[in-house]
Every structure is written in structure tokens, then in C-alpha cells.
Ligand binder design. Structure first.
Ligand SMILES: C[S@@+](CC[C@H](N)C(=O)[O-])C[C@H]1O[C@@H](n2cnc3c(N)ncnc32)[C@H](O)[C@@H]1O
Length: 208
């Protein structure tokens, strides 16, 4: 048994809906590794249990795996706005969302986050940035004024497979984007921050 298998066998199960989604994604989608997965999904749910966010923004839905995990952890009157640019994902997302008892807590927006965020008339308690790595700093700048003081911003993949330690090739815009984002957060005095070495790196950013 690996340490990862040990962890997964000693934490809450992901449940039948999410494990079907996970299997379906692995069989039928390109890049299934993009979805949060069992461990990170349970962590996102736990954050929701602890912080009790009333309004959540997720930037980058993909299959809706993380969306459904967060939806499990919030109250019935809370809401997640989740944004996905790829309209080909819509049927997959809705297939599982419709089967979830938490579907009424989710509002899916198909389109570019950079266009949708300014239109959302909300104050967010929690934001999960998990879309185009080249645009992390832009998403952050756009969403920051909409996050309440004391709100939490999570950013996924901030260790980017360890590539943050290397000098990026000039054509590697994703690594350059993550490096710029990490520097920006490090130097932003408006927030407290910590990088969890979980999976591909999960940065927790708390707005003062
Ligand atoms: C890593 S996946 C999201 C995984 C999901 N949050 C989870 O944890 O299960 C990134 C998604 O962001 C979407 N995306 C990329 N750029 C975007 C943008 N500008 N606006 C909205 N979605 C975007 C991609 O199409 C992709 O489906």
C-alpha cells in the first residue's frame, strides 16, 4: 500500500456519485487529472464546513467535481457560482449536478471568467482559483475587490509539478503565469498566505 492509498482509506469516502464522476472522467475525458480528486475534494468540503461560506466563486469548473464537494459542505441557503469556459463540458457537468442532492446550491456559468466575474453582483466568502494558469494574477485582481475582509481565496496548482523551482522556458506561459502569481501573493500585504504542499500545491490566501 502506498501512503496515498493509506490516506484515502482513512478519510471520508468520496461517495458513489463522485466516484462515478471520477471513473467517467478517467474513461471519457482528456486530462482527467485536472479534477480535484478524493483527497482535495474532502479538504475543500472540510474548509466549507469550518468557514461556513455563504457565497463561493469557483473559477474553472471542468467536470464539477470540486463544485460538488464544496456544495456538500455548505448550508442549504448558500450558493456556489462556478465558471467554465469550455462549453463542451456543460453536458458532463449537468449530468452529475442533476443527480446531486446539492444541485440547488450551484449556479453554472459557461463563458470566460474574465467576462463573467465583473457581472457577478456578489461578495464572496471563499474563492477557488483553478482555471488558466497564465491568468491567475488577472483572476486574482478581478476578484479581490469582491472578496469580503476575512474571506479565503484558494489557488490550485501553485507548485506546478515542481516547475516553480526551474527557470521557465520563455514559451512556457503557464509556468511563467504561476511564478508571477506566487510572487504577487508573496508581496501582497493585504493578505496572509500559506502554500499547502498538497497534491500540486494549494495556496491559502486570507484577506485581512
Ligand atoms: C483544473 S480544471 C478545473 C478543475 C476543477 N476546479 C476541480 O477541482 O475539479 C480547469 C478548468 O478551467 C477552465 N478554464 C480555463 N480558462 C478559463 C476561463 N478563462 N474562464 C473559465 N474557465 C476557464 C478549463 O476549461 C478547465 O475546464
Amino acid at each position: 500500500m502506498t501512503i496515498d492509498e493509506y490516506i484515502l482509506s482513512h478519510i471520508d469516502e468520496e461517495g458513489t456519485l463522485l466516484s462515478s464522476l471520477n471513473r467517467d472522467a478517467n474513461v471519457n475525458l482528456l486530462r482527467p487529472r485536472m479534477l480535484s480528486g478524493h483527497l482535495q475534494g474532502r479538504i475543500l468540503k472540510m474548509f466549507c464546513r469550518m468557514l461556513r461560506p455563504y457565497r463561493i466563486l469557483e473559477i474553472g469548473t471542468y467536470t464539477g467535481y470540486a463544485t460538488l464537494c464544496m456544495a456538500e459542505g455548505i448550508e442549504d441557503d448558500a450558493l456556489i457560482h462556478t465558471l467554465e469556459i469550455n462549453d463542451e463540458m456543460e453536458d458532463f457537468i449537468l449530468k452529475y449536478l442533476d443527480r446531486s442532492p446539492h444541485k440547488d446550491k450551484v449556479r453554472l456559468h459557461i463563458g470566460d471568467a474574465m467576462d463573467i466575474i465583473p457581472q457577478l453582483d456578489e461578495t464572496f466568502d471563499m474563492v477557488f482559483i483553478d482555471a488558466d494558469k497564465r491568468l491567475y494574477s488577472d483572476y486574482y485582481d478581478q476578484v479581490f475587490p469582491k472578496v469580503r475582509p476575512g474571506g479565503l481565496i484558494l489557488a490550485d496548482n501553485t507548485l506546478w509539478d515542481g516547475k516553480v523551482l526551474e527557470k521557465p522556458h520563455p514559451s512556457d506561459k503557464q509556468t511563467i503565469g504561476i511564478l508571477a502569481f506566487n510572487e504577487k501573493i508573496k508581496n501582497d500585504d493585504r493578505v496572509e498566505k500559506v502554500i499547502l504542499p498538497l497534491r500540486d500545491g494549494l495556496t491559502m490566501i486570507w484577506k485581512k
